[in-house]
Write a protein that binds this ligand. Structure first.
Ligand SMILES: *Cc1c(COP(=O)(O)O)cnc(C)c1O
Length: 420
């Protein structure tokens, strides 16, 4: 498609956008009392207008039924987690029984590593991306120490080559092959939070399995952003948060995936709790854990219903749109941002996100040669919410569900004024 750098052209793209009405299904933030342009959906997605009524339903049911709500609420709390797999499995390309919702993301990462990082003999190493999200780094380090190894020895970080911004896939595959039978686990962010680089999860999984290692992906920046086929790619496990591209509110519950191959394996270690017990046994209060079928067997505690209710309000919207249409608009919207940034022709701004649309989601990260922090503040003052990361990067996420082509044009127009 031939893009043009004009407000009229952006508005024309909006007029013919089949998803344009979804913008109004969300609350948009204000800055200094004026509507803001929001490019931070990769950090915290916007609030669905229906969220409040979903939470109110649970508050009303609690008032009316108290403990009986476990069975008599409109959506009984006893089985509340079971309303998610059908919609969520489509979003991540899984079978319904392979996914569940519980806890926070880092907690789930730990729980999954209890099952999938089981070092033995010389097979104890982990390969991950350099500059992974800090929480993931801490999780990996502490897991390694928990098993009695030194992180410097056990964790192999794959970094971009000197002078480059992105990690080369050939370097990942080479490291996997070379580590061979010392490799226990490959744990990557499916989409890197900093650069927005999408990794080839299918190929990484294949290579890891070839040397006998397990593979997991943190999809905090993948779920709701790119098309995923976790089951088909044969990934062992994955987890993601619900508050970025899945619009479910600050700190809300996390989704997780365990491949069918593992999900009924009683031999796998797990940190169990009563909510993962076979539902027919759960209230018998007997000793002896009998895991429920599928990923649900990893549940630990009973369901935080208020957060789950918000998650449901958001998933209903995502299910209505579907990843295919979302991705279709995303490619165009992010392509337009890229075009306008290039059209700035500024030596102060450099895109570090992959140029190949297949290698990125909606996010574009720019390296700012001057004071990026100051620029980020200036943008805020001008009504645009972006995300600044030390030392020199501003992350921009035009989210296809609620951002418009006009948002993108307006932002770059403001950016232009602040670069001059
Ligand atoms: C956002 C994000 C997190 C946040 O973890 P929480 O446990 O939800 O606080 C972790 N990892 C990655 C890759 C993220 O992008």
């Amino acid at each position: 498609m031939q893009f043009e750098n004009s407000l009229a052209f952006a508005q024309q793209l909006d007029a013919s956008d089949p998803l344009k009405d979804y913008r109004n299904r969300f609350h948009h933030p204000k800055l200094n009392g004026l509507p803001a342009t929001y490019f931070c959906g990769n950090s915290l997605g916007l609030e669905p207008k229906t969220a409040k009524e979903f939470v109110n339903q649970e508050l009303d049911d609690w008032a009316e039924f108290a403990v009986e709500g476990h069975f008599h609420a409109k959506t009984p709390w006893f089985s509340y987690q079971d309303i998610f797999p059908e919609q969520l499995s489509k979003l991540v390309g899984a079978l319904p029984k392979e996914v569940t919702v519980m806890n926070g993301l880092t907690v789930n990462l730990h729980l999954l590593m209890v099952s999938f990082y089981q070092p033995r003999g010389k097979r104890y190493k982990i390969i991950c991306e350099a500059k992974a999200f800090p929480s993931d780094q801490y999780a990996l380090e502490s897991q390694v120490k928990h098993h009695g190894y030194e992180p410097e020895d056990a964790i192999l970080e794959i970094a971009p080559r000197k002078g480059e911004d992105l990690i080369r896939e050939e370097d990942i595959l080479k490291a996997i092959e070379e580590t061979g039978d010392e490799l226990a686990l490959v744990m990557f962010g499916g989409v890197n939070y900093y650069t927005g680089q999408v990794f080839d999860m299918k190929v990484i999984t294949e290579a890891s399995h070839n040397v006998g290692a397990q593979v997991g992906f943190d999809l905090a920046h993948g779920a709701g952003n790119i098309e995923l086929k976790l089951h088909e790619w044969d990934v062992d496990f994955a987890c993601w948060c619900s508050y970025k591209y899945l619009n479910s509110g600050p700190g809300n519950v996390s989704g997780m995936f365990v491949h069918e191959r593992h999900c009924n394996n009683p031999e796998l270690n797990r940190f169990a709790g009563w909510w993962g017990n076979d539902p027919d046994q759960r209230f018998k209060m007997q000793a002896g854990f009998v895991p429920a079928e599928g990923a649900r067997g990893w549940q630990v505690s009973n369901v935080p219903v208020f957060g789950m209710a918000v998650h449901k309000s958001a998933l209903d919207i995502h299910a209505e749109v579907g990843m295919e249409k979302l991705r279709e608009k995303s490619l165009k919207l992010t392509g337009y941002l890229e075009f306008l940034l290039d059209d700035l022709n500024s030596k102060d701004v450099r895109i570090i996100t992959p140029r190949d649309p297949e290698k990125r989601g909606c996010q574009i990260s720019i390296y700012v040669d001057n004071d990026a922090k100051k620029l980020h503040q200036a943008l805020l003052d001008a009504g645009v919410i972006t995300d600044y990361r030390e030392p020199n990067v501003i992350r921009l996420a035009p989210v296809p569900l609620y951002n418009s082509f006009e948002d993108v044009w307006t932002f770059v127009n403001i950016l232009r004024q602040h670069l001059m």
